[in-house]
Design a binder for this molecule. Structure first.
Ligand code: PLP
Length: 455
């Protein structure tokens, strides 16, 4: 194909995209003006290649999910084999199949504590919505139908279905929904002392404990937290916080749900985020890294005792299930994906390369006066942009500084993620868990070059 024909074909695709595709979480005006920002055609390792033949480092594992990297033939092969044998059957009416049975057993062997039972979904939002319905259903069956209230945290991101958006503590996502589901409340994040009962904390009233007291514990069904807040700007809880929330939930007999959609499957240098802090939630929502994004799958894992009680109390049918709950092909891919994570030691690599990432972030912070508040855990990191990091002086929103920084990296063939939340301008980094030291160095060379150009 001549260059002219190729350009014409690309232009046609862009026009079709503009005309017929409503993009998720995107600037609609920008899209109508410019068409799609990228059309990707190939992925290999930590790299993505677009239709113009330009190759980029995928510095955020696409949507924090491509943990084993792009282009893994083993996963394509697992999908192919399963599709040729039994691409799909449902799991309603207790129908089953081997991949879902094996995956459930595998997950039980990996998950913290006695989280030994899985219910499957197609992704993170569905997992969180399922968890909300499960606990509300539990309390109703238990004879406490008023226990419907769900407490999440400000800055939390739990997804975009109605329930998940209602639990999401990011005003922009809530505003989009216009009307939220009732009985969702957001508490101030990381008020460890308040959660332990210290009333001298100025944020006591807004803490989870304060919120429970205000609502009446007899009306609260569950608390949901991300072990590390991702989309809200990569916020790592202080030592003891998650254990304090666990203890608080135990004190009031409220369920603790963790949203491990990003943290799960090695992202934070341990298999699950919870493994960093030594606590066991009652329900744990997973997705993304379970298949490294090769196919849609999510799950809610729960304690065996929770399932046993549900069984005992449910006299009728369990009226909750998705067409794709326990999709055979997705389960087969998940099993192979987990095998890769284990065989290639990717959790250990996440921890080890996480130290390199930390060094890179420290270098940026020391070198550029407008970079500060760098933080990371495993291969989940970020830094903030300030007019002056030392004084904490911030940029005006109109500067779109996080977006400009990410664009400067993109111009240098590195994909990072800009996050803006209440005057904070964060750039998130979360490369695939297969990243090597050389690749990590290359990533930071690009960031440093972009930062130097912006000074
Ligand atoms: N929970 C967390 C912590 C997430 O980061 C996300 C997505 O980024 C979700 C839930 C929603 O998952 P999904 O987009 O698969 O519905």
């Amino acid at each position: 194909m001549s260059t002219q024909d190729k350009n014409a074909a690309i232009e046609e695709l862009k026009q079709l995209d503009r005309k017929h595709y409503l993009h998720p979480t995107s600037s609609l005006k920008q899209h109508q003006k410019d068409g799609p920002a990228q059309i990707f055609v190939e992925g290999k390792g930590i790299y993505l290649t677009n239709i113009n033949g330009e190759t980029f480092i995928d510095g955020v594992s696409t949507l924090w999910n491509v943990n084993v990297g792009h282009g893994r033939e083993e996963l394509a092969e697992a999908a192919k084999q399963q599709m040729m044998k039994l691409a799909y059957t449902h799991s309603f009416h207790t129908y089953s199949h081997e991949p879902v049975i094996r995956l459930s057993q595998k997950l039980a062997s990996m998950a913290p504590g006695d989280l030994n039972v899985s219910f499957y979904t197609s992704g993170g939002s569905e997992s969180n919505d399922t968890a909300f319905k499960l606990v509300r259903n539990y309390w109703k069956l238990k004879g406490q139908p008023n226990r419907t209230k769900i407490i999440s945290l400000e800055r939390a991101y739990h997804g975009v279905t109605v329930g998940a958006t209602s639990a999401t503590g990011l005003p922009t996502f809530q505003a989009f929904a216009n009307a939220l589901a009732p009985d969702f409340y957001q508490a101030k994040p990381f008020r460890t002392n308040a959660e332990l009962g210290d009333k001298s904390d100025p944020d006591y009233e807004g803490s989870i404990r304060g919120t429970i007291e205000k609502l009446g514990s007899e009306n609260v069904a569950a608390v949901i937290v991300e072990p590390v807040q991702g989309t809200g700007g990569v916020h790592i809880p202080p030592a003891g916080y998650l254990q304090a929330v666990r203890a608080l939930c135990d004190e009031f007999g409220i369920f603790m749900i963790t949203d491990e959609v990003i943290c799960g499957f090695g992202r934070t240098g341990t298999m699950f985020g919870a493994d960093n802090w030594d606590f066991v939630p009652d329900l744990m929502c997973i997705a993304k890294g379970i298949t490294s994004g090769y196919i849609q799958l999510g799950a809610v894992m729960m304690k065996e005792s929770f399932r046993d009680e549900l069984v005992e109390m449910t006299s009728d049918i369990f009226f909750h299930g998705f067409t794709y709950s326990g999709h055979p092909t997705a389960c087969a891919v998940a099993l192979r994906n987990i095998e890769i994570i284990e065989q290639e030691g990717l959790v250990a690599n996440s921890l080890e390369m996480g130290k390199e990432l930390e060094k890179g972030l420290a270098y940026l912070e020391q070198t550029f006066p407008f970079i500060g508040k760098a933080r990371s855990i495993g291969l989940m990191g970020g830094f903030e942009l300030f007019k002056d990091a030392a004084s904490g002086d911030k940029f005006e929103p109109s500067m779109r500084i996080a977006h400009r920084f990410a664009q400067a990296c993109l111009d240098r063939k590195l994909i990072l993620r800009p996050i803006v939340y209440e005057g904070s301008y964060v750039v998130a980094i979360a490369p695939p868990l297969i990243i090597t030291k050389q690749e990590n160095d290359k990533m930071f060379d690009i960031i440093a070059d972009a930062a130097a150009a912006m000074q």
